[in-house]
Design a protein around this ligand. Structure first.
Ligand code: BJW
Ligand code: ZN
Length: 253
């Protein structure tokens, strides 16, 4: 009889048996199987659109309607999609570990929709918008039918509450992400190219504080050299497979 190739090494399973704190750092690849395009893959958004023309504040000021339209297009895709097997498996880790944090670069809200409770959104959330003049917050769904950048009552332009290049990350989300990296026993780095900072710093912090680094990706990335284990394959296949091992060696809380 042919034996199954060993995907998850026994030493990693042993570590998962004995760890209380787990962190998932996620990127666009985790939402790819929900039908949401990634940024830098062959069929990524930025192969069709020039990022420098769209994902920065100057571009928005130069052509607010075009940038707004791009986000409306993406909101539509996100609304019509839903969490996939990877998001649901990540949420299920909460049953088996007392401390599970999700630090995500994604703006699509799919981790929360899947049931993850401790989610730190480093690059914002497309479902929120705010006025660039008075900083009033709005729910983006209120603008469903706007194909041009809407204006606030104060006359200021309304932009999506996402982090563009050159902008600071939300301080409290990043601080909490750092703390989660400092205390976790295992960090899963899933579906990210690990090229955008400061999010890409998180695995280095986890490593400095002694965590085991597990990369989950369809291919090698900038961070692979640092990882203790690289599990290559689709997040929607690999994360549920890791969860199965967790279920085997840990009892539900
Ligand atoms: C799968 C899969 C499947 C596919 N299963 N896997 C030099 C050094 C350090 C920093 C800098 C530097 N030069 C400039 C900077 C700063 C800059 C930066 O990092 N630039 C780098 C590109 C060099 N960073 C910033 O500007 C940040 N702010 C900052 O630093 O503030 C301080 C400051 C203040 C003032 C002045 C200067 C600095 C802000 C970064 C904001 C990033 N924003 C975006 C857009 C958000 C809004 C939107 O969505 O429109 O965030 S950019 C974009 O990239 C988006 C993503 O969250 C982010 C990361 O992308 P991700 O998730 O990694 O996606 P991909 O597509 O790249 O990768 C997908 C991966 O999935 C691939 O590996 C696939 O193989 C894999 N995959 N399918 C498993 N099924
Ligand atoms: Zn305003």
């Amino acid at each position: 009889m042919e034996s199954k190739p060993e995907l998850i090494k026994p030493e990693l399973i042993e570590l998962l048996r004995n760890t209380e704190s787990v962190l998932f750092l996620t990127g666009a690849g985790v939402s790819a199987e929900s039908g949401i395009p990634t940024f830098r893959d062959a069929d990524g958004i930025w192969n069709k659109m020039k990022p420098e023309e769209l994902a920065n504040f100057d571009a928005f000021m130069k052509n607010p309607d075009l940038v707004w339209e791009w986000y409306q297009y993406r909101r539509q895709i996100i609304r019509e999609s839903g969490p996939n097997k990877a998001h649901y498996a990540i949420a299920e880790f909460q049953k088996y570990f007392p401390d599970v944090s999700v630090v995500t670069q994604n703006i699509d809200n799919l981790h929360r929709r899947a049931g993850s409770e401790t989610v730190f959104e480093l690059h914002g959330n497309i479902e929120r918008s705010y006025c660039i003049k008075c900083h009033a917050y709005y729910n983006s769904p209120n603008f469903t039918f706007y194909d041009k950048a809407p204006k606030c009552l104060c006359g200021g332009l309304i932009r999506p509450d996402v982090v563009w290049f050159g902008e600071s990350l939300p301080e409290s989300e990043f601080n909490q992400a750092e703390k989660a990296a400092q205390r976790c026993g295992v960090i899963f780095i899933a579906g990210t190219a690990s090229v955008v900072y400061p999010a890409a710093q998180i695995p280095f912090i986890a490593r400095r504080f002694g965590a085991c680094l597990v990369e989950i990706n369809i291919g090698e990335t900038e961070i692979s050299y640092l990882a203790d284990y690289c599990l290559y394959g689709r997040a929607g296949d690999i994360i549920p497979a890791v969860l199965e091992e967790v279920k085997r060696v840990r009892t539900a809380l």
